[in-house]
Each structure stands twice: as C-alpha cells, then as structure tokens.
Design a protein around this ligand. Structure first.
Ligand code: FAQ
Length: 310
C-alpha cells in the first residue's frame, strides 16, 4: 500500500501541489525536511551570536538600532522555523537538544569570528546575500509551512542585505583605513561564504532526493555560481578585490572560481572551526539561564488552563 501512496505522493509533487502537515508523506521526506528546517532554525539562532557581539560597539545610534532590529529578526526567523519543523512531528525541545548536544548541524558560516565593524557590513552584504540566493527558491518548496515561512524570512533578509551593503558603501567611501578594514573583512569572509552553499554537487548526499521532492530547486553549485555572478559587480562598485586572483569570466559570462578548500569546510563541520566551541557554549549558557522563563511560561499556561476548566 505504501508503494501506491508513495507514487501518489510523487504525482502530487510533480503537479506542484503543496504538501501540508496532515497529508500522508514518505518517512524519508519527513525526516529530511525535519533535518533541513531544524538546521536552518539553529543557523538563525546561532547566527545571532557573531553580530550580537557588535551591538554594544556599533559606531552610531542609527547603526545600533538597525543592528538590534536585524538580530531580533534572526531570532524571529529561528522561532518561526522551529514552528514549521514541529509540524512534522518532532518537539521543539528535542530539536533544540539536538543542537545543544552537537548532534544537529547549523551553518558553517557562524563559526567564524567578527573581528571589526566591517565584518558586520560584510555579513549583511555576503552572508545575507547568500542566504537570500538559497532561500528564494525555498519559497516554492513542496512543503507548505516551510515555503510560507520563507516568504516573510526572505523579505526581512533583503533589508538585512541592504543594511550590510550600505555599511560597506560608507566604509569604502571613507578613510583609507576604513577602506582597508572593508577589504580585510571581505578577504576573511569570501571563502567561508562560498562554503555556505554546501558541498559540490557530486558530494552532496541529499541533493537527488531533495530535488525529486522539490525541496531543492537548484543544486548547491548552481546557487553558488549565481551568487558569485551577482556579487562580482557589487565588489567592483565598492572598489574591493575578491580574494581569488584565479577567478575568470567564461564565454557564458559566468565567473569561474578557484578551487574551494573543502578540508576547511569538513573541519568546521566536525566542530573544529575557529568559534565552534564558543558558539555552542554561548547557546548552552543561554539555554540554562533561560530555564526559569520556560518554567514560568509552563506554570502560567497551567494556571490559565485550570481557570478555564473552573
Ligand atoms: N554548513 O547533501 P547536502 C541564515 C551539511 S542562512 C553546515 O548538500 P542539503 C540567515 C548538510 O546539512 C544559513 N552544514 O545537504 C542568516 C548535510 O549534513 P546532514 C542557513 C552544511 O541539505 C544570515 C551535509 O552537509 N540556511 O541562517 C552546510 O541537500 C545572517 C551534506 O550536504 C539554511 O539552512 C553548511 N554550509 O543541502 C542568519 C538554508 N552545507 O544534514 C544570521 C536551508 C551542507 O546530512 C545572520 N538549507 N551542510 O548531517 C539548505 O538549503 C540545504 O540544507 C543546504 C545543504 C543547501 C544548506
């Protein structure tokens, strides 16, 4: 019977129908979506840390207000995505525990440090730029709750990307020292940002099934290429140099990049990036210190329930 159901399910996917939480779905579809959506949620939550590091040191009140709003948006995205993942049947507690225990992944990019204010500009410009490139197609993902979540998330990411690019424009039009700071940040973030898109297609273990199920609409390498092609003119506008002297434009107009250091990527995924330990320690501390909030919320919910029953 499952074979018939699976072929019906595939027919719905092929017809571009949305799959909703109470619909029948193959166990592997549920599993891979729970994996991807929860890892995406963890990335948003851990992703608050590198930028949060600069809230107290933003160079003006205006910059501080914008950065605060951005980091709050990321928190909202994380909660929104946990809620989408929960519709697949795993509790938020379990999802969060998997992250805190180091079992579940989050994006490699958030294991790098934010050393100067230019890093905040670069994160908005490139990290949010890469996130948008990857997430716009997810607005058409076959799973309804994830696709709908992505629409709002992408709108907010566009604001994040602009605020980052505007920081870069300001720095690049500033003093020689500011310009050098911007170049230095680009030098450090460029390669890790390219790794955000995931392993090369031939090494991407989930791509075939995720493409078949229309979770993925473009491959890792395709999105990486689109991102590079969109970013080259932006770097030119800023007067910054992408730290890849071997990069060249081919006959199709695409910018071919030099080989990516996949060993570095593997090391970061294995927990050995520059900030992995700090990031997890910060999340564990926040979780422990927030225990009283969860307890109070539970107690309040119990009280309301008993009042309603009375
Ligand atoms: N880091 O077979 P594939 C943001 C893992 S944006 C860590 O190709 P898939 C916004 C992958 O999970 C960042 N792990 O996997 C923001 C798998 O391991 P697993 C978050 C990575 O799923 C901006 C294994 O490698 N965005 O947060 C990475 O088909 C600024 C094999 O890979 C999303 O999560 C990586 N870079 O394709 C917030 C988008 N790449 O699970 C704050 C949704 C791969 O078997 C500040 N996710 N891996 O243990 C996706 O689109 C996909 O999951 C990919 C990976 C494209 C990331």
């Amino acid at each position: 019977e499952d074979v018939a159901r699976a072929s019906q399910f595939q027919a719905r996917i092929d017809a571009d129908e949305r799959i909703e939480p109470n619909d029948w779905m193959p166990a592997a579809y549920r599993k891979t979506l729970t994996r991807q959506i929860s890892q995406h949620a963890h990335s948003e939550i851990v992703g608050m840390l590198p930028e949060g590091n600069w809230i107290t040191r933003a160079p003006s009140l205006r910059r501080k207000a914008a950065l605060l709003a951005k980091v709050q948006d990321e928190c909202g995205h994380g909660l929104y995505l946990y809620a989408a993942a929960e519709t697949l049947g795993t509790s938020r507690e379990e999802l969060v525990d998997a992250m805190l225990s180091g079992k579940a992944k989050y994006s490699s990019i958030f294991n790098y440090p934010t050393l100067t204010w230019a890093d905040i500009g670069t994160i908005g410009w490139l990290v949010d730029g890469a996130a948008i490139m990857n997430q716009i197609p997810l607005c058409r993902c076959s799973y309804g709750p994830y696709a709908r979540a992505m629409i709002r998330v992408c709108k907010e990411e566009s604001f994040h990307q602009r605020q980052g690019f505007e920081i870069m424009v300001t720095l690049c039009r500033g003093t020689a020292e500011q310009k050098a700071m911007a170049q230095n940040a680009l030098d450090r973030w460029w390669w890790p940002v390219l790794m955000m898109f995931g392993p090369p297609d031939q090494a991407s273990q989930h791509s075939d099934t995720s493409t078949k199920w229309k979770i993925k609409r473009f491959s890792n390498d395709e999105l990486r290429q689109k991102f590079i092609d969109a970013t080259v003119p932006q770097a030119e506008f800023l007067g910054l140099t992408i730290p890849d002297p071997g990069m060249k434009q081919n006959a199709n107009g695409n910018w071919e990049h030099s080989p990516i250091d996949w060993d570095e990527f593997k090391q970061v995924l294995a927990g050995n990036g520059p900030c992995n330990r700090d990031r997890l320690a910060a999340r564990r501390k926040a979780h422990e210190e927030g225990a009283w909030v969860r307890e109070a919320a539970m107690a309040y919910a119990e009280k309301r329930k008993s009042r309603q029953l009375a």
